[in-house]
Write a protein that binds this ligand. Structure first.
Ligand SMILES: CC(C)(COP(=O)(O)OP(=O)(O)OC[C@H]1O[C@@H](n2cnc3c(N)ncnc32)[C@H](O)[C@@H]1OP(=O)(O)O)[C@@H](O)C(=O)NCCC(=O)NCCS
Length: 335
């Protein structure tokens, strides 16, 4: 049986830094509230003049990942693109990346699993490689949140949290079974779909209906989040799915070299760190600089951790995510 291994990582974030203080110019909020509740100090929001979009940022991160993998675009067999903020309702961003990078007419799959999207995408790619169908797969997570947030006081409990950016990984076939993706575990619980949701426009609430209602208080086309409800579920599910991944590999928390959690809230990461009795250098956090970048968050964090030399050969790396759906997931990797 084949095995799969990450051989290239890349990230791209917009240059435009929006500090907590900057948000006070257009909504009632303050640095203390945001830092205390979330740990976020600043985030990147696309400057529309730059031409960056979800797909463009995904393509930029991908170029770096492919180059670091020592491959060219012609070596990639398949694209998996995870995002909740695509450039268009359809088609998805995967085909845009195929075109932007000038790739051959390979398949491109879009994954819609929000904050768990990157791990879901990694899991799909892992299966394709392990069955022998493909050799090199580009897995991308990218978000343009700033294009769709309610940036008034009404939307402040959501809009201060989310940031833009992209990351990409090249997953590749290897015959070495001692290294690579050891396991992925995926979960969902749709009964809580509306606790973290963007409802419209959609086929259940299409544009003419919204226009006809002409309701200035209509918030259905902005993200809604029941923050405390999400928080409580997140800490439980993060722990469960990390334990599940460790158990499947006959590991315990002592075997973790580095945990890269989805960057939802620094308080969630700190809770998990304490629960698993991990040291500060065993949990990678960068939410302070980027906010929550949803499908991009884990892959941006993993890329930065690798760039900083914190991901070493032979390390056990655990990725874990929780988010809208609800969906949650983990991946255990022997680097
Ligand atoms: C969103 C979150 C930070 C909010 O923190 P919280 O402690 O639950 O805060 P609440 O929403 O109860 O709001 C508390 C007060 O702060 C106010 N507030 C909300 N957003 C604010 C902001 N940006 N600035 C200042 N005040 C704000 C509220 O209006 C409320 O005021 P009130 O007490 O006068 O009614 C927190 O619930 C959270 O992180 N949840 C999980 C988020 C998550 O993981 N999401 C992503 C999963 S992918």
């Amino acid at each position: 049986m084949y095995n799969s291994k990450i051989i290239g990582l890349g990230k791209y974030v917009p240059d435009n830094i929006v500090k907590n203080e900057d948000l006070s110019a257009f909504m009632e909020t303050n640095n203390e509230w945001i830092v205390e509740r979330t740990g976020i100090e600043e985030r990147r929001w696309i400057d529309p003049k730059t031409g960056d979009t979800t797909a463009v940022m995904g393509a930029k991160a991908s170029r770096i990942a492919i180059e670091r993998a020592g491959l060219t675009v012609n070596d990639i067999d398949f694209i998996v693109f995870a995002t909740l903020s695509p450039d268009m309702y359809f088609p998805g961003c995967g085909v845009q990346v195929q075109e932007m990078l000038g790739m051959p007419t390979i398949g491109a799959l879009d994954v819609r699993n929000q904050c768990s999207g990157f791990i879901y995408g990694l899991s799909v790619a892992d299966q394709f490689i392990k069955t022998g169908m493909y050799k090199n797969i580009l897995v991308i997570g990218a978000e343009n949140h700033s294009g769709g947030l309610d940036k008034t006081t009404r939307g402040r409990n959501v809009s201060v949290i989310f940031g833009d950016g992209a990351g990409a990984a090249v997953l590749s076939r290897t015959d070495d079974n001692s290294k690579g993706i050891l396991s992925t575990h995926l979960h969902s619980e749709g009964q809580h779909a509306k606790e973290l949701v963007l409802e419209g426009p959609s086929t259940q609430r299409w544009v003419p209906e919204i226009l006809e209602a002409n309701d200035p208080n209509d918030e259905s086309y902005y993200p809604y989040m029941n923050g405390q409800f999400v928080f409580k579920h997140a800490i439980t599910r993060f722990s469960e799915v990390i334990m599940e991944g460790l158990a499947a590999n006959n590991m315990t928390k002592e075997d973790i070299n580095l945990l890269v959690p989805h960057q939802a809230n620094l308080r969630i990461s700190q809770f998990i760190q304490k629960k698993f009795k991990l040291e500060d250098d065993q949990v990678y956090n960068n939410i302070m600089r980027y906010g929550n970048t949803t499908a991009a968050s884990i892959i941006i964090a993993l890329t930065e951790a690798w760039e900083e030399g914190k991901v070493k050969e032979g390390d056990n790396i655990v990725l874990a995510a929780f988010g809208s759906g609800f969906t949650w997931a983990s991946a255990v990797i022997k680097w």
